[in-house]
Design a protein around this ligand. Structure first.
Ligand code: M6R
Length: 591
């Protein structure tokens, strides 16, 4: 959803901006640009459609600069729509959406302004230039007063070399400090390696970098006292030597599970004991992959804790006027902790007096700062747009939460609780089926559609497997409850149509098998995934993938791994980049 960066250094900082932008590229890669301001008050801009790497070349001169990597909202990906946008003495980069930009643009057009782009962002830089009376800060504040929507901005003024003004309203912004440079940036991981200390801004705060200092202030210029913290080692940006980030991140699942498990401690839950014990109704909200994890939590928590759990796509929760109130618990799940819909759902829950518990991978995220209590999973940085290891770790954290809730209510842990420590080695065992997944991907690479079936908890795994193959291999897939097949979608099965079934729940294995047999009888090429030896031996499936044996309730954490890998292989065989799927971005910070 666009990444922004600003840097002030003692020497030329073009390369610093370029390298920080590469770390932000997962937020969007439709276009990229950099504006540099030199001590001689000259502004130079380089911006191009496509990847950040297109900006490589002779560094533009300057010790102050801003950069942007774009996920297009207003206007197609093009050089002209790329940021930074310039008006008079000002250059600006923006992450977010200006909701009243049409009205503002109309007003500016009437005043004779001409626009070079179709973006909402160009309106902001024009407002700043028009408001300028010689005071840079005042002009930015005045322009922001006219904006509705969400924004994180970094702005340069050619009258003030060595100065950047940033502001945060609804989109993330972090300040970073290193001995040789001061930064603004959309997120912490991209600053790692560059900055040593970081401090996130809150909504409504301005950040001024000037005279070698970083100062947080409000719109009246009153300083806000903030504390910088050392960059956490686990958020350091990773790099990939060969292969793709997605392959690397799948390979990291065992370690991520083990790190997450080691970081979870029952005593940490003491601050939320009251709500775990007494919550009347539990709500779980999230988007995309995280929603599948939240739904699995709903299944597990309701059956173990015997308390009603309702799961919603965060984007829907906000607008359905939910009954949530005091004594209710909202569990908000988000790898990035910056997903706009999830944040809004959490804000709504807080406004209504509910307790908000966050599960996130980023301890300094917006979600973590607004939640009453946060479980930080230790998946490590996840760069590929397709979520993989974060999903396995989300599930682990959510199972752990369900177990704590049960304990607080009936002083008893679920019988699967003792098997968490085996998950990491079991995940490694799953890797044994990767050659089989590669072979299946080669067989199915030209498929026009696929079905993923499951029953019980396996429905969540099926949905996640289908999402992965849609997202990166661009193959349409449906993932749903196997029992639904004969209520409509069976009509789509024709000769050779791939149908994958996940069957890890022994009580439902024969029912899943029936659905698979019905599909096969109509010409489908079928694949069964199970840890259940008799389900595998009795199955009519064309291909069978044996999963390691662990308590069956924990199987969703493992059974998804072959599906993640299969999607990655499909993507590569079809000639696409799994790390940067078209039209998507890692962090969806707009509604
Ligand atoms: O950062 P979040 O977990 O809140 O992101 C939510 C979704 O945007 C995300 O899981 C998305 O569905 C993944 N790209 C899917 O692989």
């Amino acid at each position: 959803m666009c990444g922004i960066v600003g840097c002030v250094s003692k020497e030329n900082c073009y390369e610093k901006i370029l390298s920080t932008l590469s770390g932000l590229e997962y937020r969007g890669y439709d276009s990229a640009g950099i504006a540099m301001l030199s001590s001689s008050k000259t502004l130079n801009v380089r911006k191009k459609k496509g990847y950040v790497s297109n900006l490589k070349g002779k560094p533009l001169p300057g010790e102050t600069g801003i950069g942007h990597t774009r996920w297009a909202t207003h206007g197609k990906p093009s050089d002209a729509n790329a940021h930074p946008h310039v008006s008079g003495k000002f250059a600006l980069v923006h992450n977010g959406i200006v909701e009243n930009f049409r009205a503002l643009k109309g007003e500016l057009l009437e005043q004779g302004e001409e626009f070079l782009s179709e973006t909402d962002s160009e309106v902001i830089v024009k407002l700043i230039a028009k408001a300028y009376r010689g005071d840079f800060f005042e002009a930015v504040v005045k322009a922001c007063e006219r904006l509705e929507g969400s924004y994180a901005l970094a702005v340069l003024c050619s009258d003030d070399p060595g100065e950047i003004i940033g502001v945060r309203q609804g989109s993330p912004l972090v300040a970073g400090a290193a001995p040789d440079a001061l930064y603004l940036c959309s997120d912490v991981p991209a600053l790692c390696g560059a900055a040593e200390f970081i401090c996130p801004a809150s909504d409504g705060e301005f950040i001024r970098i000037r005279d070698g200092n970083i100062c947080f202030c409000d719109g009246n210029g009153r300083e806000i006292c903030k504390e910088f913290s050392r960059v956490p080692p686990e958020s350091r940006s990773s790099s990939v030597m060969s292969g793709t980030f997605m392959e690397k991140e799948i390979a990291e699942i065992p370690r991520a599970l083990s790190d997450t498990f080691k970081s979870l401690s029952a005593t940490d839950f003491a601050p939320c004991a009251r709500i775990l014990r007494g919550a009347r109704h539990v709500y779980a909200v999230a988007c995309g992959t995280a929603l599948h994890a939240a739904q699995a939590f709903g299944d597990i928590a309701e059956s173990e804790v015997r308390c009603p759990v309702s799961c919603f796509a965060a984007s829907e929760f906000r607008y359905r006027d939910p009954l949530i109130g005091r004594d209710d618990l909202l569990v908000a799940v988000s790898q990035s902790g910056e997903t706009a819909d999830t944040l809004q759902a959490a804000r709504l829950a807080k406004e209504r007096g509910a307790y908000v518990l966050a599960v996130t991978n980023i301890a300094q995220s917006s979600l973590a700062s607004l939640a009453d209590f946060t479980i930080v999973m230790r998946a490590g940085s996840e760069i590929a747009v397709a979520a993989t290891k974060s999903y396995n770790c989300q599930l682990l954290c959510l199972y752990y939460l369900a177990a704590q809730m049960k304990y607080y209510r009936v002083q008893e842990f679920p019988d699967w609780f003792s098997q968490f420590s085996s998950l990491s080695s079991a995940a490694e065992e799953v890797f044994a089926c990767f050659p089989q997944m590669s072979a299946l991907a080669a067989k199915f690479k030209d498929a026009r559609g696929m079905f993923y079936l499951g029953r019980g908890l396996d429905v969540r795994t099926a949905a996640e497997g289908a999402l992965k193959v849609k997202e990166i291999a661009y193959v349409f897939a449906e993932g749903y409850a196997a029992g639904e097949l004969k209520h409509g979608t069976l009509a789509l099965i024709e000769e050779g149509f791939p149908v994958f079934a996940v069957s890890t729940c022994s009580a439902l294995a024969s029912k899943t098998e029936n659905a698979l047999a019905e599909a096969k009888a109509r010409g489908a090429r079928t694949v069964l995934f199970s840890q259940n030896v008799s389900a595998l031996s009795e199955s009519c499936a064309d291909f069978k993938c044996a999963l390691p044996v662990i308590h069956e309730k924990l199987m969703p954490i493992l059974a998804v791994i072959p599906l993640q890998y299969f999607a990655c292989r499909m993507c590569l065989l079809r000639g696409f980049d799994p790390d940067k799927p078209r039209n998507l971005a890692k962090s969806v910070t707009v509604e």
